[in-house]
Design a protein. Structure first.
Length: 448
């Protein structure tokens, strides 16, 4: 059984798929069998059932972020809607709202039981400085239609979930909790039913116009789609395109009923906070707490983690934070820990695009919001590849390109410095201080 995440251990390993048998000619080649690649294949077959589509995966479908994330199906516009102007930002936000509903619709239509529970997204503040940022966030979000945010005081927040030290919260309805691997495996099965070939254990070294060059042969296609997210750095010529940011998670054993009576959390809202090094969590369908945050955010030279291995120091830090949040869970053991990488563009903004002249397409840079955004990317890529003049292909994120990351050791020093500054600022705020200017400087360096 694979060991890359609790979600995989809970679901159980899928039977291995065959690798690429040699050179192959298809209509569309998709590199990466995570959510982006599978959603793209799904909508291409929906629009053109006759297309020959091959999805090529280095390890197995769902090996990367799609099988390791926090299970938040939410409407976040990665990088912020403000960058697109008023009209463009509104269109992008509405598209993301619709995307949350679309994923749930497809899961229902395809008979995918992914533990979907729509409870919204709740962001809490546990210090005066966090509360000030939360108030600013609420004011900013409220200025945009479609965000549908609500400001909750501590008492109302406690009616939904009791987190120690909560001073207030912001909630919106456009989010659902899911089991990431159940969604992934159901989607993979759905595209295979439609005639898509998924080749596993096949490493793509380079993507060129008209072909994907692998260790087992060359796949030739009129359209080649890069859907590799945090693993993009391993492709020839892409080392500085997106930074592979590490995120880590722990999961508890199932909590006893008396603990849940103290905590509440009956409506399954996903949970985050307003810290600089923020956390994210969900109450799982089987009564656990899955709790995540940044551990070692970046490894020198854009090195990728090894099968979800997580440093002991990260597990300890996340466990201590979880127990500060939920004292009622202090006696419940942490059963598992894992890590994964997400793709971070230099401007922290997700992108999707297709160059018709070269036949090369791409999507990614989700910065941790990919559970929903991948679906929008897949629908958009399908329309772009097929030349459809839909509303999706005119969304403002289409064709966006960020500048490349700095070479080493500059990017390692920058990321290390940024997250060191954020942790310093959080510690300062936990002691009752205001927002540290160190955090503002870190934001400027990060380009956020």
């Amino acid at each position: 059984m694979t060991t890359v995440s609790h979600w995989w251990r809970d679901h159980g390993a899928e039977p291995a798929r065959a690798p690429l048998p040699g050179d192959l000619d298809v209509d569309v080649a998709i590199v990466g069998a995570g959510y982006t690649g599978l959603w793209t294949a799904y909508y291409l077959t929906e629009r053109r059932p006759d297309l020959r589509i091959a999805v090529i995966e280095r390890r197995f479908a769902g090996f990367g972020a799609s099988g390791r994330n926090g299970g938040w199906l939410t409407n976040s516009v990665t990088g912020g809607r403000e960058r697109y102007g008023r009209d463009g930002g509104i269109r992008q936000q509405r598209a993301m709202n619709d995307t949350v509903d679309e994923v749930i619709r497809v899961a229902t239509a395809e008979g995918i039981d992914a533990d979907v529970r729509a409870g919204g997204e709740l962001t809490i503040a546990r210090s005066p400085a966090q509360l000030a940022r939360l108030e600013a966030m609420f004011a900013s979000e409220s200025a945009w239609p479609g965000t549908d945010v609500e400001r909750w005081d501590a008492a109302r927040t406690a009616e939904h979930v009791r987190v120690a030290g909560t001073l207030g919260a912001v909630w919106h309805p456009h989010c659902a909790r899911i089991h990431p691997v159940k969604l992934l495996t159901g989607l993979a099965t759905a595209v295979e039913r439609r005639g898509v070939s998924i080749f596993e254990d096949t490493a793509v070294a380079e993507i060129l116009p008209g072909r994907a060059v692998t260790d087992r042969g060359t796949v030739r296609a009129s359209a080649v789609i890069r859907a590799t997210e945090g693993f993009t750095t391993d492709l020839r010529g892409e080392r500085r395109t997106w930074l592979p940011m590490n995120s880590s998670m722990i999961v508890t054993a199932p909590l006893p009923e008396e603990a849940w009576e103290q905590i509440g959390w009956t409506d399954a809202a996903t949970l985050g906070d307003a810290a600089h090094v923020y956390m994210y969590a969900q109450r799982t369908a089987d009564g656990r707490i899955a709790f995540g945050g940044r551990g070692v955010p970046y490894r020198f030279g854009s090195r990728i983690d090894t099968d979800g291995a997580t440093p002991a120091s990260t597990v300890t830090a996340l466990t201590e934070l979880l127990r500060r949040f939920f004292p009622a869970a202090s006696g419940v053991p942490v059963e598992d820990a894992w890590s994964g990488v997400l793709g971070v563009p230099r401007d922290w903004a997700a992108t999707v695009g297709f160059d018709r002249a070269s036949g090369l397409g791409w999507a990614g840079g989700y910065v941790g919001t990919g559970v929903a955004t991948t679906n929008l990317a897949g629908r958009t890529l399908a329309d772009l590849v097929l030349g459809e003049q839909s509303d999706l292909v005119s969304l403002p994120w289409v064709g966006h390109r960020a500048r490349r990351w700095e070479p080493e050791p500059l990017r390692w020093l920058a990321v290390r410095g940024i997250y060191g500054a954020y942790r310093f600022a959080d510690a300062h705020e936990d002691r009752g201080g205001g927002t540290s200017p160190v955090a503002r400087i870190a934001d400027l360096i990060a380009g956020r």
